[in-house]
Design a protein around this ligand. Structure first.
Ligand code: HEM
Ligand code: CA
Ligand code: CA
Length: 262
């Protein structure tokens, strides 16, 4: 949710606004969940300190806390973001899509000041959570109009995914993004990528494309190359992403409730 917020009009809680044409009604956002957690935090904060903590900061802090609660390493979240006054479904085009070529993903991250290492690190957020069959089942049955599966999928993993997402079945069924470790913040996701067990096309490409594969290997501590510690890098890249196009000073506002502009 924090990623989808920061990439559209900056980290300003535009993703939280309700309304018929608001950002959250756009296709890439309809399956976001957990809004009630943000609302609950906001109402407790307003009861004690009204008008002080923005919804944009709550999103940043909640993203960090969800990582800590799932076993990741804590980082300090800079605060002081202000909430935006605009939320339009038509603004979501710069969100990376799961079937974007890797060059497009790299460009979309670069547009936000994030490099290829940040891209691989942040998508490592897929170490927790799930995806709906609807966003990846084309890889299982008719990839790029081949009438066959995506060759990047491991031969033994393919029948497992097909069993979870039968052809023409319920697109809303949810499947773990990091098979075997969906609620633990670890490097298992990167090991799965190396084994051809990425669920989204964009996940699989992080391994199959040489521009990103090196970072996956570094997180896995492959001998002979300079290692990177996922849990440390994740916090650093989240701070970077969390600084995207911020509203400060007299820009924006501190919302009274996160779902509506004051
Ligand atoms: C190239 C960039 C990315 C693409 C294409 C992408 C795509 C997706 C897709 C398609 C889903 C499943 C949505 C659904 O069916 O409900 C998903 C889930 C998720 N993504 Fe990403 N994502 C990207 C980057 C990120 C980043 C940067 C983060 C966090 C820092 C992130 C965190 C998550 C989480 C936690 C879930 C699970 C949500 C849940 O369980 O409800 N993703 N992503
Ligand atoms: Ca935003
Ligand atoms: Ca995991």
């Amino acid at each position: 949710m924090f990623f989808h917020d920061c990439f559209v009009n900056g980290c300003d809680a535009s993703i939280l606004i309700n309304g018929p044409t608001a950002e959250k009604t756009a296709i890439p956002n309809v399956s976001l969940r957990g809004f009630e957690v943000i609302d609950a935090a906001k109402s407790q904060l307003e009861a004690i300190c009204p008008g002080v903590v923005s919804c944009a900061d709550i999103l940043a802090l909640a993203a960090r806390d969800s990582v800590v609660l799932s076993g990741g390493v804590r980082w300090e979240v800079p605060t002081g973001r202000r909430d935006g006054l605009v939320s339009q479904a038509s603004d979501v085009a710069n969100l990376p899509a799961p079937n974007d070529p890797i060059t497009v993903q790299i460009r979309k991250f670069a547009d936000k000041g994030l490099n290829i290492q940040d891209l691989v690190t942040l998508v490592g957020g897929h170490t927790i959570g799930t995806a709906s069959c609807a966003v990846f089942s084309y890889r299982l049955y008719n990839f790029n109009n081949t009438n066959g599966p995506d060759p990047d999928i491991n031969q033994a993993f393919l029948p497992q995914l097909r069993a979870l997402c039968p052809n023409g079945g319920d697109g809303l069924t949810r499947v773990g993004l990091d098979t075997g470790s969906i609620d633990h913040f670890d490097t298992s996701y990167f090991a799965n990528l190396r084994n051809g067990q990425g669920v989204l096309e964009s996940d699989a490409k992080l391994w199959s494309d040489p521009m990103t594969q090196g970072f996956v290997q570094r997180f896995l501590g492959v001998s002979g190359i300079l290692g990177l510690t996922f849990n440390i890098e994740f916090g650093k890249s989240m701070v970077k992403m969390g600084n995207t196009e911020l509203k400060t000073g007299s820009q924006g506002e501190i919302r009274r409730v996160c779902t509506a502009i004051n």
